[in-house]
Design a protein around this ligand. Structure first.
Ligand SMILES: [Zn+2]
Length: 223
């Protein structure tokens, strides 16, 4: 007995047997013989190559490139923080790589803010801009330090801009010029500052990655 599923082949969206689904392979129209491998990434890579040879490579290319990017981000994370991803963090990276917006609901100490700082650094290494919004001035300072130590460990240069009430007058002026000119890789400010300055200095700016720490605190003043 063999079950066939309609529109479920991950490559061609056609009919596929349950056996192929279980073995994480595409349908037998796409690939004559299923591929087996030790790890999921090896499997994904081997299937991709086989599909390419057969000339039936379609959606699988996206699966492959997602897994490949995930591995790149993961190895950069290990280099930058000395830790490996938790499974939750791996799920978050996958969502980001798919270009999704989402909120993280996890208790303190689950590595949310490290994750945000790290992803901003990673985006910077790809020439992309990030904005990290936190609830308070001490958290702006802490986040800036975190980003600096991640960047240092990873051996990358990051152009940081940030703003908080404890800066000296001259620093404030310098930072404002920098922020207004969009002259940075990563911007870190408080939510309050953002709400106040948005129209003046941020409106129309494009960010590739925005990380808002503590959404509750951010949503309450509701702007
Ligand atoms: Zn197929």
């Amino acid at each position: 007995m063999k079950a066939i599923y309609r529109e479920m082949c991950p490559n061609c969206s056609g009919r596929i047997s349950d056996e192929r689904l279980v073995s994480k392979n595409p349908c037998d129209e796409c690939l004559d013989n299923p591929v087996h491998a030790d790890s999921y990434f090896e499997l994904v890579t081997a299937v991709r190559n086989a599909l390419q040879v057969k000339g039936t490579l379609k959606e699988w290319e996206r699966i492959y490139s997602l897994e490949k990017n995930l591995r790149e981000v993961e190895s950069f994370f290990e280099r930058a923080t000395g830790f490996t991803f938790w499974s939750a963090q791996r799920t978050w990276v996958k969502r980001l790589l798919k270009g999704r917006s989402f909120s993280i609901i996890a208790p303190t100490g689950m590595g949310k803010s490290t994750f945000g700082a790290f992803m901003a650094v990673w985006h910077a290494t790809r020439g992309k801009k990030s904005y990290i919004v936190v609830p308070t001035t001490p958290l702006v300072i802490q986040t800036v330090r975190k980003i600096q130590s991640i960047a240092e460990r990873a051996g990358v240069e990051i152009d940081l801009a940030y703003y908080h009430g404890n800066l000296r007058k001259k620093e404030k002026e310098e930072m404002l010029t920098k922020i207004t000119g969009g002259d940075y890789d990563i911007l870190v400010t408080s939510a309050q500052w953002m709400a106040r300055k948005f129209d003046e200095v941020l409106k129309g700016r494009h960010f590739d990655f925005i990380f808002v720490d503590d959404v509750d605190a951010f949503l309450k003043p509701s702007r």
